[in-house]
Design a protein around this ligand. Structure first.
Ligand code: SF4
Length: 295
């Protein structure tokens, strides 16, 4: 059976695991191509205009797989431990996928509510009806779910910027490549939340305990952990994302209190690379001046 995986959203966290799990079940895994302008423009036509860029992008990836595969594997994150929820748009895109596809390709969309094992076990049976084979596939792939518990090495004297954004934005080269290069070319090391231990990202300390969106809590905790370990913070948020704009505002206030250079980039399908790079140049200048003034 050919099973498609959209290279978007949760793929950037679970993709390696899903590929191994499905392959172990005997499926031929087909990835949608990397995000490009044509794919984004296609996605834009398939969802309401006011939704965020990541949802438009995933719609493009879903469309790209139609006609090429027997089924599409597209889990839906409803909530994880500690009752931390996925955002409504992320949950709802699965229903849009069902409408897009109709009866083919078949959608395998387990709902994750709590742990990952049971939804994957049941979804695995849709690919391979042998429960022992599904259990074996899980055992052989589950190690790819492990997150680091080691704090990153952040040596003195290194120029660093925290690039705070969702993994599906920062992980997608179409969105983040120009940003990353703009910092790296100017001598900065980028630190993202993906380098931080799970216990840091899931911490309930302080205001984080009140945040009920799973990935927004990660953004906030990453900011709180990194704010005293970097020379500046660049937050990437999606136009049309309510949770992002709320959490970004909290970060901006805290950065101002601390006198930390703070840049907020709002992205949508019209965002041009040149404009972003110009803003990053100004931010880097400000950050350098602050460092010189403090020396
Ligand atoms: S959290 Fe925000 S950016 Fe992410 S899918 Fe939901 S609305 Fe879009």
């Amino acid at each position: 059976m050919k099973i498609g995986l959209p290279r978007a959203l949760l793929y950037y966290r679970y993709g390696d695991f899903w590929r191994r799990f499905l392959t172990e079940l005997g499926a031929e895994v087909v990835l949608s191509r990397k995000t490009d302008r044509v794919l984004v423009q296609d996605g834009v036509t398939r969802v309401p205009g006011e939704v965020c860029l990541p949802i438009k992008i995933v719609a493009g990836h879903l469309a790209e797989l139609a006609g090429r595969v027997d089924a599409v594997f597209f889990p839906r994150l409803v909530w994880q431990e500690d009752r931390l929820y996925g955002c409504p748009k992320m949950i709802g895109i699965v229903d849009i996928a069902r409408m897009m596809y109709g009866s083919a390709p078949r959608l395998i969309a387990p709902a994750i509510k709590g742990g990952l094992f049971w939804p994957h076990f049941r979804a695995g049976l849709e690919v391979n009806p042998n429960p022992a084979a599904v259990l074996r596939a899980w055992r052989r792939s589950a190690s790819l779910l492990r997150r680091t518990e080691v704090e990153p090495s952040l040596p003195e004297g290194e120029r660093r910027v925290a690039l705070i954004g969702h993994f599906y934005n920062i992980g997608d080269d179409y969105i983040a490549d120009a940003l990353v290069r703009a910092f790296v070319d100017r001598g900065y090391r980028i630190v993202t939340k993906e380098e931080l231990p799970r216990r840091v990202l899931r911490s309930r300390t302080g205001f984080a305990g009140k945040i009920r969106w799973t990935y927004e809590r990660e953004l906030y905790n990453a900011f709180m952990y990194l704010k005293q370990r970097v020379d500046g913070v660049c937050v990437v948020i999606s136009m049309g994302c309510g949770p992002d704009s709320l959490v970004a505002e909290l970060m901006r206030e805290e950065a101002e209190r601390q006198g930390l250079p703070f840049l907020q980039l709002v992205i949508d399908e019209h965002t041009g690379t040149a404009g972003l790079v110009t803003r990053i140049e100004a931010f880097v200048d400000l950050s350098r001046r602050r460092v010189r003034a403090a020396a």
